[in-house]
Design a binder for this molecule. Sequence first.
Ligand code: BGC
Length: 901
Amino acid sequence: MMNVAYVKMDYLKNPAGLTRMPQLSWVIQSENERECYQRAYQVQLRLMTEGKGIVFDTGKVYSQESAHVFLNDPGLVLEPARKYEIRVRVWTTAGHGEKVSDYSPWEWFITGLTDPAWLTGDFISAETEKDNEKFNATLIRGEFQIQGEIQEAYAYTTALGLYQYELNGHRVGTDELAPGWTSYHKRLCYQTWDIKPYLHPGANVLGAWVGAGWYKGKMGFLGRINNYGKQTAFWAHLVIRYTDGRIQHVCTDSSFKGSDSPVTFSDIYNGETYDARMEQENWCIPGFDDSAWRPVQIVNWDKKTLVSQPGCHVTHMDTVKAKDLLITPEGDTVIDFGQNMAGWVHIRAKGQEGAVFEIQCFEVLDAHGNVYTDNLRGARQTIRYICKDDREFSWHPRFTFQGFRYGKIISLGCDPAQAEITAWAIHSNMEPAGVFSCSNPDLNQLQHNILWSMKSNFIDIPTDCPQRNERVGWTGDAQIFCPTATYLMNTYTFFSKWLLDVAADQTPEGGVPHIVPDLISGHEQNDWLLSQGTHSAAAWGDVAVMNPWTLYMAYGDREILWQQYESMKKWIDFMHTHATDHIWNYRLQFGDWVALDAKPGSYFGATPNDLTCTAYYAHSTEIFSKICRILGKDREAEEYHALYKDILKTFRERFIDENGHMTVRTQTAHIIALYFHLVPEKYRPVVSKDLVHLLQKENGHLVTGFVGTPYFCYALSDNGYVKEAYDLLLKDDFPSWLYQVKMGATTIWEHWDGIRPDGSMWSPDMNSFNHYAYGAVGSWMYHVLAGLSACEDAPGYQQFLVYPRPGGRLNWARTAYNSVYGEISVYWEIKKNMKDKKAPALLVLQIHIPVNTTAKIRLYQCRNIVKTDGIIFNRQLSEPEASVGSGTYEVIYEMKEEVDQ
Ligand code: BGC
């Protein structure tokens, strides 16, 4: 049986708000068939309504491509505000002959406001000038008539601030913290939902809650308010199509009215207060008497900024039950949810009129088991609910989120037995991609912690941390974590959206801000750090080139390279302009941020900026020249390749001596020189040996920061030191990844010594316990330990490498990865001969390769292949290799003794 399992559009199932024909991909499944490839496909498109006739049919197209398929037909123009359906069938070949599949089930998508003339409607506000510095949420309502039978109806909505909306008292959609955070004055996302189910003949009400959020609330460590404007506002455009062909547009305008809401305070960092006594029953039902409501004000806003949100809406994703209720030595009552996360505490309880429920969220207990909130800095993280009567309520905040594992109960307005308090984790809704497990439970916990730090910090933008008064899109953090993130979840949509803001916020000269969306440029005067420069730091600014490249490798999609081309080019040119004799360094550099070889009290690691900057300059330029080649820009490819060669030459002259040693004796200098291939081939053994010595000097511990840490294990394992890479990964005393695990961490810490062995803490001014940056080691565990990685020749896992390098006394490891072509799995297990201790251990390798992909298999430390399962290996190589198409295979080989079993 061969079939098309599912079709995705722009990486998503059933996307809404598309403004162009989506890119298509589909997954073909074929049981018991090996080496199966697609030969041809056929795509059909129909409008959901109007007799469901086919509006477009590709016919049989001979093509092997089952991902990144565009229907490029000038006749195919999508109508705005429509639901289309699509289906696919394929012809495949496995050996001889051709087979055809059935059509896949129809999958729908909804179009956005493709016609600019439809971007009408006013941004309306229930706030007035006197509310400029107030952070309560407001309500907005307006009535409209439905006259006739509805065929289809969609709402396009957004806000200056954060919003939720209702139709006739029913909340529409599952979006949280919409419209997300973009560089609002350049790009403001609208959300699209099918609203037909909420409408009825006669009078209907559209109502919205609007809060301050990132737009107007206090944001950034500079503590500024009104970063984008002083007045929140709501915008909506409903498109209602009747069966008789009429189209009705309902748009926000001055006929709407506004009021205060029960949300009397709401702020991203500080939390939210909800006073249920201010609820107005039936305010979103037709006929409600809104005579006491005030007229809305119209806020001027350029509608050209409106763009459709591409997907990955922030959503409530997990519910975590309380694990424990503690009374601390200081007498506080604390709920322990057992997992650090970002989201809300949800309360279901019964109180009395005026009873108060108040909880402060925080991450860790101190050495004595007391509540520790110092590391939250200015963020109060406190939520408050005031009851209006003795009926049961179910509540969590709307326009804020907290980073927490614990909740300190400041006030519980009822008997504890009558309250059900849970934790709701929220994050951008991305499809899970990779799973990882192995025989070492501590490594499994480390992966768990990495995943939860990702969940906690992928809240519409990639943030550094979710708890203190920061939570901003630090570019360096997002750059170093991106490869790991793409193993864990499908990040294409998430990152490609954010990269548009990276491009939008670049300086005219091409400099890349330290945080995106950029809140700090122009406001840095009073900050000790930022006064030295608010953009363009090595490893941070390189996000502009490295993240598109990482996405291209993981998804094989040139679109991201086209989309970011100008931004990438500008960044390289910026470095070029500011380099002197190919050594690049510029104003404020974070260097090997928070490395342990920093001077006491400093955040800046010991590796000099000239080295880190020039290494990144070389690496990004090399990648960019490859990108130019991929995009067919051969002239630019040559030009930037020549530039890369010049930078490389300078780097070598300056940082590698005549005997092949690095002139800078830090771990990080060696790591990036090796990992970025800046060391001449003949000196790689020297530099890698030196790195091992530097590691031994620290008793096997890393002292690296943001720049060196992500690549430490790679720099070792790629240069013959697999055992040393495992030793490093498995260290569990301070400083190490597993030290945190042993200390009970459930997410990744910002500092190696966030909590020291004696229980004391790193300075509260920068001590997050939920910072994914050091979780960047996660990619090594997938790539080297489990042995799965994408290949540059045919990226997106169209071709992939299966090359597990067992070690670290692990008995087995397993990974499964949901690629654009379907699920890949790799499992290895070491089988020792219990009867004959001298007999070589066997490595059993089981692989599943999806249809239309090819795996390159390489056997690490293989002495003799025992079972090939039909795969033809090149045994001439020191490590036998084979290339093989789809199917499930088992290979068994005898291992050399060198492996650390
Ligand atoms: C953030 C980091 C960030 C750094 C750069 C910190 O405050 O939390 O993760 O990259 O600043 O200076």
